[in-house]
Write a protein that binds this ligand. Structure first.
Ligand code: SAM
Ligand code: SF4
Ligand code: SF4
Length: 339
């Protein structure tokens, strides 16, 4: 029915990030600042959100067009009821080579066993600081890092590989970077530092809050010597570095200072069934309406193929250019589209 499809810049469709909910139990300041900042959130109703059957059907169509990696995200995917049932449905699809999930870890300890039983083989957990006060402020709810660390430990006890994502903001949590490195060094988990991005409209992003990966890398190297490692595969987002003493590796995701649009093979599906071809898009394409109106798989596939074939997105490369096609326009929020 399908086959590999390339966009106008020659990039194939390989990854699908599925946001299963726009709701979250955290209010991270860089993603979904608490209502006290004046932003009132309007969440989707249940019937507006794709069912697991609908997600599975769309995923299979994306697979016909070349998708091999699937990530479940949100909002917070573990707040969606019975998320393990979706994992179970997707883990049965043979063509998916890598199925993973990104979580803030708050509900992980209680859910990780059923996620693994459903077929999840690895997991990414976000954790920005080990400092109780800083973490409490950053998650906007006063939660302590212990809860997340317990979730990571529970995954570890089951033998599930964990990647830990930390968003670093200058003047907020940058002085805790070495503590994070020390904590995870030698643990078998891969810690990745993410540059604070200008995703969405509500996080008050400013360029001077970004700590360039190069700067972090240099200060880590002074205390814990590291050297670069080749990427695992073309298009790998994180730049990999390994500890010279053999204690594992760390990664840097540098969307601001070293954009990686040229190898971007990622499609995104929002909870209400909109297809986005870029994290920084200001609009998506509604797949739910035709799906619910009874369109066939072939018709839906043709829609998706046409959109991908005409894709030219490279927001991060054009970020500072007045020629950016999305400059000055309202963007989709991270919690609506997934990381
Ligand atoms: N709630 C889950 C979590 O936090 O892991 C999954 C969704 S969250 C939107 C996915 C990832 O995006 C998280 O690792 C989060 O730290 C990251 N993220 C959110 N806003 C960001 C921003 N403005 N800049 C960089 N990363 C961001
Ligand atoms: Fe929630 Fe994740 Fe956004 Fe934090 S980054 S507010 S945990 S969706
Ligand atoms: Fe891909 Fe858009 Fe990010 Fe560039 S800015 S890497 S095109 S999602």
């Amino acid at each position: 029915m399908g086959n590999q499809v390339n966009d106008l810049l020659g990039r194939p469709l390989r990854d699908l990030r599925i946001s299963v909910t726009d709701r979250c139990n955290f209010r991270c300041t860089y993603c979904m600042p608490s209502e006290i900042f004046g932003e009132k959130y309007h969440f989707l109703n249940r019937e507006e959100v794709l069912s697991y059957e609908e997600i599975k059907r769309l995923t299979e169509i994306f697979i016909h067009l070349g998708v091999r990696k699937v990530r479940i995200t949100g909002g917070e995917p573990l707040v969606r009821r019975d998320i393990d049932k979706l994992i179970a449905q997707l883990s049965n699809i043979e063509e998916i080579e890598d199925l993973t999930l990104t979580t803030n870890g708050y509900l992980l300890a209680e859910q990780v066993e059923k996620l693994q039983k459903a077929g999840l083989r690895r997991i990414t957990v976000s954790l920005d600081s080990l400092d109780e006060d800083i973490f409490a402020k950053m998650n906007g709810k006063g939660y302590k890092p212990d809860v997340v660390l317990n979730g990571i430990k529970a995954a570890e006890d089951l033998g599930l590989p964990v990647k830990v994502n930390a968003v670093i903001e200058r003047g907020v949590n940058d002085n805790g970077v070495l503590d994070l490195v020390k904590y995870f060094k030698g643990s078998g988990h891969i810690l990745r530092f993410i540059e604070f991005m200008d995703v969405g409209n509500v996080n008050g992003w400013a360029r001077d809050q970004v700590v360039p990966s190069k700067e972090l890398c240099e200060s880590i190297n002074k205390i814990f010597p590291i050297e670069p490692v080749d990427a695992n595969y073309v298009g790998e987002v994180a730049e990999r570095w390994k500890f010279l003493d053999g204690d594992g590796e760390i990664g840097f995701i540098s969307s601001i200072t070293q954009p990686f649009c040229q190898s971007c093979t990622r499609a995104r599906l929002s909870p209400e069934g909109f297809f986005f071809t870029c994290l920084f898009a200001n609009s998506g394409i509604d797949l739910k309406t035709p799906l619910r109106a009874g369109e066939s798989n072939t018709e839906l596939l043709t829609r998706i193929r046409n959109i991908w074939e005409n894709r030219t997105d490279r927001y991060s490369e054009l970020r500072n250019s007045p020629n950016s096609p999305t400059a000055g326009q309202r963007k989709i929020e991270m919690f609506q589209i997934g990381g």
